[in-house]
Design a protein around this ligand. Structure first.
Ligand SMILES: C[S@@+](CC[C@H](N)C(=O)[O-])C[C@H]1O[C@@H](n2cnc3c(N)ncnc32)[C@H](O)[C@@H]1O
Length: 300
């Protein structure tokens, strides 16, 4: 419904764009302020050509194209898939976002519509990134799911095709898209930390090699850790010590009823805080977040 209340379709509706925003005027504002002025020339040309096509309602809108383009750059996508191409607006926005050696596997049952946009995609110099396959997507996805070399191989998959198959697509795509997991970044070592730190301190290749070290272990050893970590953290790097406000017990009166473990570690935390405040090798900041965290930036 137009914000002005007149019965004429708003401009964006005429060219087949759609928005869930309540006010057409607001959507038009977004397009005219943030989207069209930054739209690459090739995407503008493809949008205008598509607007003349009888099925223009199917096209991806310019704001969504802008969003896809930014998202793909932010996640450094390289290998992508698109199901549902039509004349190629989202495909072009993807192709423009990918690096020179990026790849898009583009699937659609209709090549004729893709060929409307193809000359513009070629002129934009990004056609070499696209591997267009004509035909229904499901059988091809099934082939790929059967071939484990495709598992986890796609950084990004955009689905904009037959909605009645979305769940069928999802069942297959979940195997083909990369796992975002972080486990491969972790080198877990079981055992007390001090002996391992001592080995590292003895090996100069570890000196100044860590950007960030977080300590949240046995509080009675924090000062022992600090003596070693100061060599291992980079100059400019940060060590974070957790629990440096120790349940608020640091300022509790001597006869306060403290739990046994709180009382035991209290003096170690008091000693650490004093030592860090006096350590000229680090700049410090004690944050009253959680149970207190002290950040130490190594400066020498
Ligand atoms: C909404 S349009 C895609 C719009 C496109 N993303 C764009 O930027 O303009 C949907 C497309 O899905 C395609 N399609 C429909 N069923 C399909 C299927 N089973 N497999 C592959 N493509 C299909 C249609 O041919 C049509 O081009």
């Amino acid at each position: 419904m137009a914000a002005t209340g007149d019965a004429q379709p708003a401009k964006h509706q005429e060219v087949g764009h759609k928005s869930l925003l309540q006010s057409d005027a607001l959507y038009q504002y977004i397009l005219e302020t943030s989207v069209y002025p930054r739209e690459p020339e090739s995407m503008k040309e493809l949008r205008e050509v598509t607007a003349k096509h009888p099925w223009n309602l199917m096209t991806t809108s310019a704001d969504e194209g802008q969003f896809l383009n930014l998202l793909l750059k932010l996640i450094n996508a390289k290998n992508t898939m698109e199901i549902g191409v039509y004349t190629g607006y989202s495909l072009l926005s993807t192709a423009l976002a990918l690096p020179e050696d990026g790849k898009i596997l583009a699937l659609d049952i209709n090549r004729e519509n893709y060929e409307i946009g193809l000359p513009i995609i070629e002129k934009a110099g990004v056609a070499h990134k696209i591997d267009f396959r004509e035909g229904p997507a499901l059988p091809l996805l099934d082939q790929m799911v059967d071939d484990v070399t495709f598992h986890g191989s796609f950084d990004f998959i955009f689905v904009d095709a037959d909605k009645d198959n979305y769940l069928n697509y999802h069942k297959r795509l979940i195997d083909l898209v990369k796992i975002a997991g972080v486990a491969h970044k972790i080198d877990f070592r079981e055992g007390p930390a001090l002996p391992l730190l001592d080995q590292m301190v003895d090996d100069v290749t570890f000196h100044g090699s860590f950007d960030f070290i977080f300590v949240d272990a046995d509080k009675d050893n924090y000062l022992n850790y600090h003596k070693r970590l100061i060599d291992l953290v980079k100059i400019g790097g940060v060590i974070g010590y957790d629990n440096t406000l120790w349940n608020g017990s640091l300022v509790a009166p001597p006869d306060a009823p403290l739990r046994k473990y709180v009382r035991y570690y209290r003096d170690f935390v008091l000693e650490l805080n004093k030592a860090l405040a006096a350590d000229s090798r680090v700049e410090i900041c004690q944050l009253p977040v959680g149970d207190g965290i002290t950040l130490c930036r190594r400066i020498s």
